[in-house]
Write a protein that binds this ligand. Structure first.
Ligand SMILES: C[S@@+](CC[C@H](N)C(=O)[O-])C[C@H]1O[C@@H](n2cnc3c(N)ncnc32)[C@H](O)[C@@H]1O
Length: 287
C-alpha cells in the first residue's frame, strides 16, 4: 500500500513552506489532489487554447482541466492518468458535462505519452516530476506551444510568466495560495541572421546565442557594432531593442518579428527621439 510522506507533509503544514517532496507518496509518485476551480480557470486563461489546438493534461485526475477546456474553449483534449479508477471517473464527468466527444481520457504513464503536435500541456505534478518531463516537452512540442503548471516550476527553464492567487482551502504545496507558471516553447534562434534594410543602415547582421528562451545577441549595421539593450523570445515571437549611430546620428530600433524555420518576418520601429517610422524587416539565417 502506498503511504503519504506524512513527516514532510506535517513539516510543510507547520512551516507553511513549499517543500519539493512535501506531498509525494513514499515511492515519489504524485498523489491525486485536485486543482481548485479558480486555478483551473487561470491556467486555461494563461494557456489561451486556440481553435484547432489540442490540449494534454499530464496526470489528469478527475478530468477537470480537460473538461473545462472543452466546455469553455471547444478544445480537443486528452487526459493522461495512471489510475484507472480516476480515468473512469473523468470519463463519467465528461459525459455529464456533455463534452465526451472532445474530452478523452487514457490510462497511461505520462512519461510514455506522445506530445508531438500538442498545442497546450497542463500539469499539476511534483517539482522532481516536472524536471523529468521537461526534456520531453522541449523536444516534442512545437515552438509556440504553451506549458502551464500549477505550483511547481521547471528549474533552469524559467517561466515566461508566473501568477499567484489566494486559494483559502489549499492544504498542500504552498498553503492558502497557488502559483501558476506559463512557458512558451522557444523557437530555435541560434546562428547568424542577415537582414537588408536599404532605407536604414543597409545590411544588418545579428549573431544569436541561445539557452532555452534566453538570448545573447550581437548586432551590426554598416559593418559597425550596435548596442543590443534588450532581447525577448516568446515562442516564435522575437523582440530586439538596438541602439547605435548610423550616418552620424543616434537611433533607437525596436525589431519585432516571427521566427519560422530560417526566416524572421516582422517590422522595425526606428526613432531618433523626435521622429519615428516603421519599416518591414526580414532576416534570413545564413549559418
Ligand atoms: C495532483 S493530481 C492533478 C490532477 C489534475 N491534473 C488537477 O490539476 O486537478 C496528479 C495526478 O497525476 C496522476 N499521476 C501520477 N503519476 C502519474 C504517471 N506517471 N502517469 C500518469 N498519471 C500520473 C495521479 O494519479 C494524479 O491523479
Amino acid at each position: 500500500m502506498k503511504l503519504p510522506n506524512w513527516t514532510t507533509l506535517a513539516i510543510c503544514l507547520l512551516s507553511g513552506t513549499a517543500s519539493a517532496q512535501s506531498w509525494a507518496w513514499d515511492d515519489g509518485t504524485t498523489p491525486f489532489v485536485t486543482s481548485p476551480p479558480e486555478v483551473v480557470d487561470r491556467m486555461l486563461r494563461l494557456a489561451e487554447p486556440k481553435a484547432g489546438e489540442s490540449l494534454v493534461d499530464l496526470g489528469s485526475g478527475d478530468g477537470r482541466i480537460v473538461i473545462e477546456a472543452a466546455r469553455r474553449y471547444g478544445t480537443r483534449g486528452l487526459g493522461i492518468e495512471i489510475d484507472p479508477s480516476l480515468v473512469a471517473r473523468a470519463r463519467e464527468n465528461a459525459r455529464r458535462a456533455g463534452v465526451e466527444a472532445l474530452a478523452r481520457f487514457e490510462v497511461q504513464d505520462l512519461f510514455e505519452t506522445d506530445l508531438r503536435g500538442v498545442g497546450v500541456v497542463t500539469m499539476y505534478l511534483l517539482p522532481e516530476v516536472n524536471l523529468k518531463v521537461m526534456p520531453r516537452l522541449l523536444q516534442d512540442l512545437k515552438p509556440g506551444a504553451r506549458v502551464v503548471s500549477h505550483d511547481y516550476d521547471m528549474g533552469a527553464w524559467r517561466p515566461d510568466e508566473t501568477i499567484e492567487l489566494p486559494v483559502a482551502e489549499k492544504m498542500v504545496g504552498p498553503l492558502g495560495r497557488s502559483k501558476i507558471h506559463l512557458w512558451l516553447v522557444p523557437a530555435n534562434a541560434r546562428g547568424t541572421w542577415k537582414a537588408a534594410l536599404p532605407a536604414h543602415g543597409g545590411e544588418w547582421e545579428f549573431r544569436i546565442a541561445q539557452r532555452l528562451q534566453m538570448l545573447e545577441v550581437d548586432a551590426r549595421a554598416q559593418g559597425r557594432e550596435m548596442t543590443v539593450r534588450g532581447s525577448r523570445l516568446r515562442g516564435e515571437e522575437l523582440k530586439l531593442v538596438v541602439t547605435g549611430s548610423l550616418d552620424g546620428k543616434p537611433w533607437n530600433h525596436l525589431f519585432r518579428g516571427t521566427l519560422k524555420g530560417d526566416r524572421i518576418e516582422g517590422e522595425v520601429l526606428i526613432s531618433d527621439g523626435d521622429n519615428h517610422r516603421t519599416l518591414p524587416w526580414t532576416a534570413i539565417r545564413s549559418q
